[in-house]
Design a protein around this ligand. Structure first.
Ligand SMILES: [Zn+2]
Length: 380
């Protein structure tokens, strides 16, 4: 199968858009020369001025459509994949919660089986807890908080076939600095659910941590005499920072300021969605705790925000339409930087020849018109 997508404004890795034709041969993007050498039935798509962007990568979300990563079943992963790809979120590394090791092992095994049988969407897992601080646990379940434990991480990597791409750590906890030095050799170490001050976070970043999990949420704030982990992350030029852009977790002015402070090369948009994403209002569960969902908010019974009920494509729309982030910067943060953060950028995350043809067409209003998953049209 060969597809030409003509007359689109095509996203470039630097964050700009160029009018050009995109060439797809079977499951990959190819050069014009390779395309015309290739065999197969041809389809010509007129993008008619639409934005043509790479499929997004959500590195940090817990669930959707009534399912959660921690259900630990193939059924859950398959339902999550199905929902996400139809939104244009074509690669995912769903996040576990602070849970007992037996539960995490079951999630690891189910993810491994799903990834082997269900194509190229499930690219890994994200371990949010249990290596966090009780003081900043947020919606994580305090009953299962555990000090950083390399052996536990190894057991989980073994069960999953090395699918854990990132692990969250509170750097002030017992043994955290040693853990960060070792773990960062093989996975991304991300800081959050932490009461760390500037100095402790700075040391963690020097020891190999390279990312901030949902910046601002689950950590001390950024104030003029106590810059905390946010100031340490801004100072450390290779550190990327996640932002939940559901319009609930972070004020638009803070989103704009953070893009300026870090630059759009270092921002990662995430949804941090829980199982109610894509579902009606009602009572749900997250990490063994009751969550009440109403409109665009999900909260624990005490009012603590408990993940979002959005998806990453909607976060891009929110960032652009309600927060004033340029579309090129938002797509960079949700496709390029996120793919780099979980080490899949050589195959996904931008529209250059050689990568898998995960492509989304958005109209002027940023509504999804078409989605291609590895060269197959699944929406539009
Ligand atoms: Zn989360």
């Amino acid at each position: 199968m060969k597809i030409q997508i003509r007359n689109g404004r095509v996203f470039e890795e630097q964050g700009c858009f160029t009018e050009k034709t995109l060439y797809i041969l079977d499951e990959k993007l190819v050069t014009e020369a390779e395309y015309f050498k290739g065999e197969g039935r041809e389809e010509i798509v007129d993008a008619n001025g639409s934005y043509v962007i790479p499929g997004l990568t959500d590195v940090h979300f817990h669930g959707c459509m009534g399912y959660d990563c921690c259900d630990g079943t193939r059924e859950a992963f398959e339902a999550m994949i199905d929902y996400e790809v139809h939104q244009g979120v074509t690669t995912i590394t769903p996040a576990t919660m602070t849970m007992p090791e037996e539960v995490l092992l079951q999630v690891a095994r189910a993810a491994r089986e799903t990834a082997a049988s269900k194509g190229r969407v499930l690219q890994g897992l994200y371990m949010e807890g249990p290596f966090i601080s009780m003081a900043k646990k947020g919606a994580q379940n305090g009953a299962y908080v555990h000090k950083p434990d390399l052996e536990m991480l190894k057991r989980l990597q073994e069960a999953s076939g090395n699918m854990f791409r990132a692990v969250v750590v509170a750097p002030e906890t017992e043994g955290a600095m040693e853990f960060i030095k070792e773990a960062s050799r093989s996975v991304t170490v991300s800081l959050a659910h932490t009461a760390a001050d500037y100095e402790t976070a700075r040391q963690a970043l020097e020891n190999g941590a390279s990312q901030m999990t949902h910046l601002y949420n689950g950590m001390n704030g950024f104030t003029h005499r106590a810059p905390g982990p946010i100031g340490a992350a801004a100072d450390h030029e290779s550190c990327r920072a996640e932002l939940i852009c559901d319009g609930q977790h972070i004020h638009p002015a803070v989103v704009r300021t953070t893009f300026r402070m870090f630059g759009d090369d270092r921002m990662i948009l995430i949804s941090d969605s829980m199982r109610a994403a894509g579902m009606p209002d009602g009572d749900y569960e997250l990490g063994g705790q009751k969550v009440i969902v109403k409109g665009t908010q999900a909260v624990l019974e005490d009012g603590t925000l408990a993940g979002s009920v959005t998806n990453l494509m909607d976060c891009v729309r929110t960032a652009v339409k309600k927060m004033g982030i340029p579309l090129g910067s938002a797509v960079k943060a949700a496709a390029v930087n996120s793919a780099k953060a979980v080490h899949i950028f050589d195959e996904f995350g931008s529209l250059v020849p050689g990568k898998y043809a995960n492509v989304v067409l958005l109209n002027e209003n940023l509504d999804t018109e078409q989605v291609y998953l590895c060269g197959q049209r699944i929406v539009g």
